[in-house]
Design a protein. Sequence first.
Length: 481
Amino acid sequence: MNENLRDIGMDTEAGQHQGAEKLKSRLGLILLSAGCAIGLGNVWRFPYVAGENGGGIFVAVYILCLILVGVPAVMLEMSLGRATGKSITRAYEAAEPPGSWWHLSRYVLIFGPYILLGFYTVLTGWLLYYLCYFIGGDFGSQHYASQAEAGAASLKMFESFLGNPAAMLTATLAVIAAAGIIALRRVEKGLEAVTKPLMLLLLFMMIALAAYCLTLPGAMEGVRYYLYPDLDRFRNAGVPRVLTEALTQAFFTLSVGQGSLLVFGSYASREHSLVNESLYIVGLDFMVAFLAGLIIFPACFSYGLRPDSGPDLLFITMINVFSGMEHGQTAGVLFFFFMFVAAFTTVATVFEGNMAAVRDLFGIRRIPGALLNTLLITVLALPVIFGFNIYNDIHPLGGRSNFLDLWDFIVSTNILPCGALFMTLFAAAGWGFHNFRKEVNTGAGLRLPAWTSGYFRIFLPLIIVLILITGYAGVISKWSS
């Protein structure tokens, strides 16, 4: 069996196991895979990093990094999934040479999506809470004499919410339960049926909100800061920092390396080449990040605020912006709804990856699998929730770190780059570049040329090692100071 799977390229679907689930459409594959990749990093980090590192210059470098790192990484992960029809728990075992040890990686990589959801469901719960706050009309009753007063009130509200474990737990459980309910049905009737319209709605809302923000007074100043090439900011940041920031953003925004995209590759048809599909997925991911900048920069500059990064941007700075906006409540509803959709599609798609993993590993069917995953993710979310209140005196990484930082460190700094590096080495030395390329090129569309062998074998692994080292350096610098 392993020999057959290693010789992918046959006209038959050798890698697809009996009874494998399939998506209804190509659009479903692209939108679900993009939904898995698109998340909070597209909104609360990309615009800020772009602005700080040269504006349009950084955006151009970032696009180049997406092509050089993002697209190849997506192709690697999806090709292994489509070739074997398996999740991360069985894919290496199915494609490796007999007697190999590559499959042992599953005992590490399987934890990545669970730990990711352990903190990502909490963050998504924050967005749900703020969405309900705007929909409930409480925001419209607030009137502030100045932006400083509004900012202080936003900070107080955010800190009050973080200090309330019951409110955080309720919001998080709502997110986990919704993802679990969707996972009860087969992927084409559950996840695809829900995610496709949500993703299309997300894109529509972002375009509409960006168009509105561009009409605000002073909006063009924000656009210039965001998109105009600024040599002074570029020189101040320095070429090494700009390159490493662009590389890490391009890599982490796609969540490659932990096996979530691999699952959607296993659901994909063989009618289209994975070069095409990867370009579409990465293109949609970039489009969301780009549109986020067209919302955040014009809005912030219009009200005299400089964009921040991370949670402060969403829950303090943007609340401050909406407080001074003529239609602030409506804009707030739209903003937090599109943010919630972007985050929840990641939760739901990664949850599906976990469903496939336990199904392949233990033979568990959907209903018990959904219950098991719901329980495990809830248990992993509890330390994150309580780390902001009950256990706020525990700092696992030193400094002012909490369990969210620890979970993020385990996934982002370790599992994602190590998983991607392992996948790259496997394509070169385990499965074989010939078989990898043959699988990628199966179907209509663009082809991966043979001369890229050296890039995949040598340069791509070196780039991922650089990302891994940079990640550790950043964590050490942040939490040791």
